[in-house]
Design a protein around this ligand. Structure first.
Ligand SMILES: O=P(O)(O)OC[C@H]1O[C@H](OP(=O)(O)OP(=O)(O)O)[C@H](O)[C@@H]1O
Ligand code: HPA
Ligand SMILES: [Mg+2]
Length: 184
């Protein structure tokens, strides 16, 4: 990890801040239309989804509640362990609610397939998913996603909430890391 600018460790930029913002405008318009007159609970999945939830919900023109869940399947590495742990559960009761799960990325799909099954067992009216990024070539399980920001290649990415060893979440764009960063 460099001591200089945050940008120094980035190999190439996959999605610029402008691209992310333009896509957020479109998805927020879709969600505002689809959920008009519904009692929506936005569930943000900590920690990666913090940026997406903040930027997406501010663009919605409908009232929503927000709640947070923390699950982790990656630890500090770059591969999903497939074992999902609940680190923090929701405060809200899901009975009769329209739940919109917001994620930063669907990679193997293991986290969300597990999470959606878990949330469905709590009696919600509906459960849908919005994700900023998806890696179609990395899918180990199919997850039915209603709103997708961008499909990206099967490379490890950082920024816009996504971390490597808890760093780079605050990059305002999405990029790949230089190989020497993983070298330690
Ligand atoms: O589709 P998958 O292969 O399951 O990967 C996606 C999940 O992995 C990341 O979370 P992580 O466990 O790294 O926690 P974090 O959000 O705190 O970084 C990401 O935020 C998703 O929740
Ligand atoms: O590509 C990724 N980058 C960071 N965190 C992740 N969690 C799943 N996939 C990724
Ligand atoms: Mg992570």
């Amino acid at each position: 990890m460099s001591n200089g600018s945050l940008d120094n460790d980035i190999e190439h930029v996959l999605l610029s801040t402008d691209q992310i913002n333009a896509r957020l405008d479109e998805i927020a318009a879709d969600i505002s239309r689809d959920y008009a007159d519904k009692d929506v609970l936005v569930v943000g999945v900590l920690k990666g989804a913090v940026m997406v939830v903040a930027d997406l919900t501010r663009r919605l023109t409908i009232p929503v509640s927000m709640d947070w869940m923390a699950v982790s399947s990656y630890g500090s590495g770059t591969k999903s362990s497939g074992v999902v742990r609940i680190l923090k559960d929701l405060d809200a009761d899901l009975h009769g609610r329209h739940v919109l799960v917001v994620e930063d990325i669907i990679d193997s799909g293991l986290t969300l397939s597990w999470l959606v099954a878990n949330l469905r067992s709590r009696g919600p009216e509906s459960v849908e998913i919005a994700t900023m990024l998806r890696k179609p070539d990395a899918a180990k399980v199919e997850v039915d996603v209603r709103y997708v920001g961008f499909d990206i290649p099967n490379e490890f990415v950082v920024g816009y909430g996504l971390d490597y060893a808890e760093q780079y979440r605050n990059l305002p764009y999405v990029g790949t890391l230089k190989p020497e960063v993983y070298g330690g």
